[in-house]
Design a protein around this ligand. Structure first.
Ligand code: GLP
Length: 251
């Protein structure tokens, strides 16, 4: 695991965007696995800047996203589909038909999850998967459990996740209770994984992710078994790793 320490959110976003841009440059028909949440917003902004400088071309890039709320239309401004258009797709020359997310408006959970998993496979797998991390170690919407889910599936969201995401909705009662998410197996099949984290409140879960017991109770801990993971964090999110395992940090 490579852990890159950056001074602040801006530097973190630049570094993460550079890593994604490198994949787009070296494999112009590659598959990017993308993420939502507030942390990657800066990464997308910086990626758009790199695109505007003419350094990268998305015309043959495909994207898939980690997850989507279930029971929400694409046009809903809280859907992850809307988020991706707003924060990235509408600003670069990606073909809309080359982008995919689980379809939260499809009530057939088994059918939609099977379609999505087959789609990722038909694209030849994910070249780089971008991840944020939840306070309970969820990646995508893989909540703490007694097992690691192999494939895209439907999950019930934990109250901690609903509460954390309530800030984007009128109230916690409006946050969808279920989501479709790539499984841990789907994420672990990505050739590279890039995890971004910012802020003091992520310091403990990052420490557990990197050095804790590998357990489905902390789903992100499985990343210890992936051969190509880069974590880009700011000083606050990496503070506990820096204090306990400074040798793990590259600058
Ligand atoms: C949501 C998303 C996750 C994301 C997490 C953390 O629950 N499904 O993919 O990593 O939130 O979000 P934030 O970056 O806003 O802390």
């Amino acid at each position: 695991m490579k852990i890159i320490l950056t001074k602040n959110y801006e530097e973190l976003s630049k570094k993460a965007a550079e890593i994604l841009a490198e994949v787009v440059k070296t494999k112009p028909n590659g598959v990017l696995g993308l993420a939502t949440g507030s942390t990657p917003i800066g990464t997308y902004k910086e990626l758009i800047e790199i695109y505007k400088k003419g350094e990268i071309d998305f015309s043959n890039i495909n994207t898939v996203n980690l997850d989507e709320y279930r029971g929400i239309e694409k046009s809903n401004d809280q859907s992850y589909d809307y988020f991706m258009n707003d924060n990235l797709f509408s600003h670069v020359n990606i073909k809309k038909e080359n982008t995919d997310l689980p379809d939260g408006s499809n009530p057939d959970a088994d059918g939609e999850c099977a379609r999505y998993e087959a789609k990722i496979e038909s694209l030849g797998g994910i070249d780089i998967q971008l991840l944020g991390i939840g306070h309970n170690g969820h990646i995508g919407f893989n909540e703490p459990a007694d097992h690691f889910a192999p494939k895209t599936h439907c999950v019930k969201l934990d109250q901690i996740t609903i509460d954390a995401n309530a800030r984007f909705f009128a109230s916690a009662a409006d946050v969808p209770k279920e989501a479709y998410t790539m499984g841990i197996g789907t994420i672990m099949s990505a050739k590279k994984v890039l995890l971004v984290a910012t802020g003091e409140d992520k310091a403990e879960i990052l420490l557990q992710t990197v050095k804790g017991t590998v357990t489905p109770a902390v789903q992100s801990s499985i990343l210890q078994f992936h051969h190509d993971v880069t974590i880009v964090g700011d000083e606050k999110s990496l503070s506990k790793i820096m204090a306990e395992y400074p040798e793990l940090i590259s600058k």
